[in-house]
Design a protein around this ligand. Structure first.
Ligand code: SR1
Ligand code: MG
Length: 405
């Protein structure tokens, strides 16, 4: 039996033994324990261990190379980063992340609450399920974690200690390349461009110099604006959901960056959900997605502002007019990242099932053109997107443009 004192990539049978040793708080029925690898992400291995008496745990292990590409080697310390940020997020926004039972820097493993009574939100979106509480819940989570970790609110030295602890160069490098670079030039030759939109992508993205200029500015901002402890990958595949609760997980890309990165990711992925529902004629679902886009913008901004009012400590940030200036920058970043995420998930290396599973080629091409058209508007005109309706209007205008109305 392995002793787990030195790192190796576990198989299902190892994980059963691991859970017995590392999660003793579950009164395991050893004879009926089973384990299944259930991960479908791009990076890690996710195991579910359970027994016949109803005990269960999720064990997540980081491998030395990524699932999406054997050639991509990433420090397994990302598992520590993920575990520690989940613990901190759980303090700042109680109930919005899975409970962490333990984490292990030798095996690069984290043992956490099994959320099998939830669905991964992207899976739920592909089934066109509606969750009326989502916008309120995700906006609360974001406001509390994002504003709660800013210099406006926190002691500045404590903030810098967090910034140091969550410095995450390799994972940031992935985002800098996959979000802020390759979708606009395919410099590594690994973009996945759907053949029917190849010409469109060349003209609207690869040959669009004014767009690239804006993306260059946004890239440098992403790399230098240590505003908040962001999740860093807050798409619908990083959210568990059911009728009652929303739980955010998979924050291994977290670092101190612009908070609009998280908010824009949520909005972009709701637009992908809308695109999929639109193709399949799911009117009620699409109306709900539209309301989420609007509400996430409006509710998050209102809750961030309220959190600022209640918790601001920096005396200069209390100067009249500063909050309004600050909120405007957050909104513009949110719009820009909505666009960046929409482009990179459409044409980049890591795509979304909301688009790739659209079977009809013409409908998929239309959906992708809508995403790219709206995205360019979100990036170029980011300073004008001042409210939820403006975000929705950008999507509607793109539909009209692509449909030639
Ligand atoms: C190489 S990893 C590709 C993508 O998967 C993750 O979920 C992040 O979004 C990353 O960009
Ligand atoms: Mg992930």
């Amino acid at each position: 039996m392995p002793d787990f004192n030195s790192y190796f990539l576990m198989k299902e049978a190892d994980v059963i033994e691991y859970a017995k040793v590392k999660v003793p708080q579950k009164d395991w029925d050893a004879d009926t324990m089973t384990c299944r690898e259930i991960g479908d992400g791009n990076l890690n291995y996710v195991f579910k261990v359970q027994d016949a008496k109803g005990h269960s745990v999720i064990v997540k292990q980081a491998g030395v190379s990524l699932r999406i590409s054997e050639e991509m080697k990433i420090d397994t310390d990302r598992n520590r980063v993920e575990s520690e940020i989940l613990i901190l997020q759980g303090k700042l926004a109680p109930g919005f992340v899975p409970e962490i039972y333990c984490y292990d820097t030798v095996m690069s493993t984290c043992c956490m609450e099994d959320l099998s009574d939830h669905l991964i939100m992207r899976t739920a979106m592909l089934q066109h399920k509606i969750y009326p509480k989502f916008a309120d819940q995700i906006s609360t989570f974001m406001a509390q974690v994002l504003m709660g970790t800013t210099d406006a609110v926190m002691d500045h030295q404590e903030k810098k200690a967090l910034q140091k602890s969550f410095i995450n160069p390799q994972l940031c490098d992935i985002s800098e390349r996959l979000v802020y670079t390759e979708p606009f030039n395919d410099e590594m030759g690994r973009n996945n461009v759907f053949a029917p939109v190849a010409e469109f992508v060349k003209e609207k993205l690869y040959e669009n110099e004014p767009l690239k200029l804006e993306v260059a500015k946004l890239k440098m901002d992403f790399m230098t604006n240590a505003q908040s402890l962001i999740h860093g990958d807050l798409h619908t595949g990083s959210i568990f959901i059911n009728e009652e609760t929303t739980k955010v997980f998979d924050p291994e890309f977290c670092f101190y960056g612009p908070m609009g990165y998280d908010i824009g990711n949520v909005i972009a992925n709701m637009i992908f959900a809308w695109c999929n529902g639109d193709v399949y004629g799911e009117k009620e679902f699409c109306e709900w997605c539209e309301s989420v886009v609007k509400d996430v913008v409006n509710m998050t901004m209102a809750k961030l502002a309220a959190y600022f009012d209640e918790h601001v400590t920096d005396t200069m940030c209390k100067t009249p007019g500063y909050k309004e200036y600050y909120m405007d920058t957050i909104l513009a970043d949110t719009a820009a990242v909505t666009g960046l995420e929409m482009i990179r998930r459409t044409v980049g290396m890591a795509n979304v099932k909301d688009l790739t599973t659209i079977a009809d080629e013409e409908k998929r091409a239309r959906a992708e053109k809508i995403c790219i058209t709206a995205a360019i508007d979100f990036i170029i005109n980011r300073a004008d997107k001042k409210c939820g309706n403006c975000f929705l209007g950008t999507l509607k205008k793109a539909v009209e443009t692509v449909d030639g109305k």
